[in-house]
Design a protein around this ligand. Sequence first.
Ligand code: TEU
Ligand code: CA
Length: 555
Amino acid sequence: MERKWWHDKVAYQIYPKSFFDSNGDGIGDIPGIIQKLDYLKDLGVDILWISPCYPSPFADQGYDISDYYDIHPAFGTLKDMDRLIEEARKREMYILLDLVVNHCSDEHEWFQKACADPNGKYGNFFYIENRKDDKLPCNWRSYFGGSVWEPLPGHPDKQYLHLFHKKQPDLNWENPEVREEVYKNINWWLDRGLRGFRIDAIINIKKKLPYKDYPADRPDGLSCVDHMLADAQGVGEFLGEMRDRGFASHEAFTVGEVFNEKDEELPDFIGDNGYFSTMFDFAPVVFGGSSKGWYDRKRITPDDYKRCCFHSQKRIGDIGFLSNIIENHDEPRGVSYYIPDGETSLHSKKMLAVMYFMLKGLPFIYQGQEIGMENMKFSSIDQIDDISTIDEYHVARNAGCTKEEALKCISLYSRDNARTPMQWDSSENAGFSSGKPWLNVNPNYNNINVKKQWNDPDSLLSFYKELIALRKNPLYRETIVYGDLIPYLEDRHNLMAYFRKGERTLLVAGNFQKKSQDIQLPQKCQKVLLNNYPNADITDRVLHLKDYQAVILEL
Ligand code: TEU
Ligand code: CA
């Protein structure tokens, strides 16, 4: 694996709408991000991925873009974005934006023009089909529920394809003119000083054509898009072209949101000169998923979590560099999800942090994760904004769940868990906004906030700072960034332990339960590098781990 400038960095995801509101309208904004850059710098992060902040009707919270060359006025202006890029650069930080090009908004002028003249140039920017005796071209189910086909506005005889929401029509990547538009946009942003992109939902750009049905997997007679994607060949041609025509000239850093990739494709995706610099490891995220819906999902256990991480590490080997996460804006809070119910504590939160952060790869921190923000307690479906959660609620109800059962399962997985405003301090609205926040603040903000944790050496935030500092410590950087990952005592229940072996040998061990357990050390411990307890109890090479204790030892 070729070494890259970004391998030893730490990345951080900002969901701008919920990060920091500088003008009291209840919506986080770019000037708000600029005000918090020093906080992020002091935390130690280098690369900032900012979820979409382009003009958008917000049907899917900005993942429905109506202009790729501007900023939504609620977030600020292009000038603000230029200033953010510049202020970040001064602090040796790098900005990534979200590249959302599987689809645009139905309010984008391309789609408006396609509706005005479906047979003209822009009709071919989308997937538009004639309607024949009420039979749909295929039975694919959109990610947010219902058929992927929707009547084309103004043309009852035609319909268009949307794998996501009906306000997110899919762009026709088979049309070279569409691809040219995408590359033009990529270069336009890179010319402005942007360092790169997080690439949204990219596997979806290749459709299996001509349209055909797949086996129905729910009573609605529709079939999850995954079946079609598994069957579609040739996404690599588009991705290679995008790399060469879009990313290459500026050596942009890119992180792909890739699901469903095949093993043999990994070198093409993130090997040397891959389509992307890196991609997220979603193995723990998708674990337990059910084609029936969230209500049928299997909850991940600590042993499952460990196996997912180790499996990904083994699979990727030295091919490339994965990006590791415990949460993002599409997922529940990691501490509420990966730690069994009732066991969330400062110790267990720190343990989870150590476990994922020390894996080989690029660690991403999602806003609020560093202070241990938790899932929201939703008491009614009316408190939910997210379209995906609302759909899953109805899926659960239609499958026979009571209101309470449906609410319980969507509360566990809802994307809104991660989208509640960032908790800065204990003042009104958690210091996020002086106005009414667009989404309710989690009422636990008095206990969980940045201000409270910043000067507390025992806080989760201070612990994250230590973890980041360790990754950058010249004595350990080489081993933490490039050392091999070798699982230790892999089959031990509720223990996650692995070596990082490079210049030095480190042992990372976490007791993923309240009950203490002992492990035999293979070698003498030279030094305790990090510990979520004041002491590491080691006698005769036996390490005694307390309730959710995690340590990083140098052997
Ligand atoms: O997510 C892509 C994706 O595959 C989602 O369907 C994901 O599985 C879903 O959010 C689970 O509820 C990306 C973005 O991260 C997401 O926020 C967008 O909604 C989606 O693309 C469409 O742009
Ligand atoms: Ca604002």
